[in-house]
Write a protein that binds this ligand. Structure first.
Ligand code: T3D
Length: 264
């Protein structure tokens, strides 16, 4: 059987590929479990300093697989709450908590939870032909897997509400113009650009990147004094790292820094 998630180790980083192209990489429990395992393995490996997430084929991810698992059965309606909390949301939590940067290369349509997964990543590049569909209401569901958290923060409430209610697709160029993603790139250049960016991040100050993720996670709820206190603590930690010492030395010696990702 084909692995629903293909893991491609690339030295200091790894590529995770959603691998069910005939269904536009729609996710089911087995695929979500494999994705969680792959993210856990990346987080547990100190030599893995960045992750790239993308999809196989013409789609990035069409969200939850619409099939028997989400159909009413003899025992009544499906338990979507359990599915969401135990699977989809666990993926989103892992993407946000992973202590290394996660780049997402949206190679085609990202719909429903597929769009949410992309928006949960740290840096999102999308092929110009790709689109984002907040598709949930098309089938009578509500934005999920973080979509109702990420969207208003990224593009403002007016656009977020309209996308959730109308489910109109957002082309990649529009997503870039709205600040929903980092950059739309030509289809042929997507993977090369995403891989180069991931490799660059994998050679960066890994500990500082982990703390940058912590800062942005906390800024969603902190007031300014709390955020300044957090910045001071994290800056203190970063300032004690070997990478900071190397960064300053490299600056003074007018050469590129050779970061190792080491703390001490
Ligand atoms: O736990 C929870 O959180 C539950 C809730 C989950 C959140 C969700 O994700 S709910 C949203 C679920 N996803 C959708 O509603 C999207 C369904 N798909 C579509 O609307 C369209 O496929 C797309 C807009 C994404 C792309 O359209 P198009 O025309 O490019 O492709 P297509 O022809 O519709 O799809 C190609 C194939 O993929 C097709 O299979 P076939 O006919 O060739 O055998 C299609 O059935 C299949 N496919 C696409 N999406 C899904 C799917 N199969 C199962 N589940 C899908 N989600």
């Amino acid at each position: 059987m084909t692995d629903p998630i293909r893991v491609e180790p690339r030295g200091a980083w790894r590529k995770l590929v959603l691998n069910r192209p005939d269904k536009l990489n729609a996710v089911n429990e087995a695929m979500l479990t494999a994705l969680m395992d792959a993210l856990d393995a990346a987080g547990a490996d100190p030599t893995c300093r960045a992750v790239l997430l993308t999809g196989e084929g013409r789609g990035f991810c069409a969200g939850q697989e619409l099939g028997p698992a989400v159909m009413p059965g003899p025992d009544g309606p499906p338990d979507i709450e359990r599915l969401a909390a135990s699977y989809h949301h666990q993926v989103v939590r892992r993407l946000r908590a992973l202590p290394v940067p996660v780049v997402c290369a949206v190679n085609g349509v990202a719909a429903g939870a597929g769009a949410s997964f992309a928006l949960a990543c740290d840096i999102v590049l999308a092929a110009r032909s790709a689109s984002f569909v907040i598709a949930f209401a098309r089938i009578g569901l509500v934005p999920d897997s973080g979509a109702s958290f990420f969207l208003p923060r990224l593009i403002g409430e007016a656009r977020a509400r309209a996308l959730a209610l109308t489910t109109e697709p957002v082309p990649a160029a529009q997503a870039e113009a709205w600040g929903m993603i980092w950059r739309a790139v030509d289809d042929a250049a997507l993977l090369e650009e995403a891989e180069a960016l991931t490799a660059r991040l994998a050679a960066g100050p890994t500990g500082a990147y982990a703390r940058i993720k912590q800062e942005f996670a906390a800024s969603a709820t902190n007031d300014l004094p709390a955020q300044l206190a957090l910045e001071a603590r994290l800056q203190g930690e970063a300032g004690r790292s070997a990478d900071f010492a190397e960064g300053v030395r490299a600056f003074l010696e007018k050469r590129p820094a050779a970061f190792t990702g080491r703390e001490g």
